[in-house]
Design a protein around this ligand. Structure first.
Ligand code: PEP
Length: 252
């Protein structure tokens, strides 16, 4: 019922030449007819050239961040309309590095999600607890807070994807076990049911992120409430990214 998605967050990696090589490698191995959405989120300077590289393929283009205002004196920032111009269909909002390295608050993320959705693009809203939260037994409290402070019925669920990314698993090589991830995904879906309604929550895609690799993808992606993956490190290597795409297809 929910079409899986594999999304790659390139973070601050790849020059133009490196990016072209990576995308060519992914396209070479990609089954265009496969029932999976594939998204790449390169850094902003690569959006226009990557839009060209993926033209006529099933790969979609996403951005890693956006400013909440439509225009103005915001040096170094880009708006939803500017990203739309490049060919982006999706924008990550609230990635843990934006929250914890750049100090983005729930208030700010609520504005960003609304700017993306009102601009007609899809927001991939990232949530997740720190190791400290998990060890203190506060995982679901933090998740609920991150959902409640940003999402409400005015945010069209058709323009929304959730990514659950436990902060302690991002870029660390530590992955949540399939059971740990499934438990939180199920909790998120229930919570989304109270923001929207049960039927809407059943339709919303919830991706897992946090050191997803070819070797652990299948066990995570077979969990009932895990609808795909947001991949960091492994999306920078064409063979690894395409192996994760194959794993989600095998799990379907
Ligand atoms: C991410 O950056 O969203 C991520 C999940 O990174 P990694 O796969 O490297 O943990």
């Amino acid at each position: 019922m929910r079409k899986p998605m594999i999304a790659g967050n390139w973070k601050m990696h790849k020059t133009l030449t490196e990016a072209r090589t990576l995308v060519a490698g992914v396209l070479d191995k990609l089954d265009e007819s496969a029932e999976v959405d594939v998204l790449i989120c390169p850094p902003v300077q690569l959006l226009f050239p990557m839009a060209k590289s993926i033209a006529n393929s099933k790969i979609m283009l996403g951005a890693q961040n956006v400013h909440e205002e439509a225009s103005g004196a915001y040096t170094g920032e880009v708006s939803v309309a500017m990203l739309k111009d490049t060919g982006c269909s999706h924008i990550l909002v609230g990635h843990s590095e934006r929250r914890h390295v750049f100090g983005e608050s729930g208030d700010r993320l609520a504005k960003k999600v609304r700017a993306v959705v009102q601009g007609g693009l899809i927001a991939i809203y990232c949530i997740g607890e720190t190791l400290e939260d998990r060890e203190a037994g506060r995982t679901t409290v933090v998740i609920d807070q991150q959902i409640d402070e940003v999402l409400a019925s005015d945010v069209s669920a058709e323009h929304l994807i959730i990514a659950y990314e436990p902060v302690w698993a991002i870029g660390t090589g530590k992955t949540a076990s399939p059971e740990q991830a499934q438990d939180v995904h199920a909790h998120i879906r229930t919570r989304l049911g109270s923001v929207y309604d049960e039927a809407t929550a059943q339709k919303l895609r919830i991706l897992y992120g946090g050191s997803v690799k070819p070797g652990n993808a299948a066990s995570l992606l077979t969990q009932v409430d895990i609808d795909g993956a947001l991949v960091g490190g492994a999306c920078l290597v064409a063979e690894d990214f395409t192996a994760i795409i194959s794993a989600v297809l095998a799990a379907a």
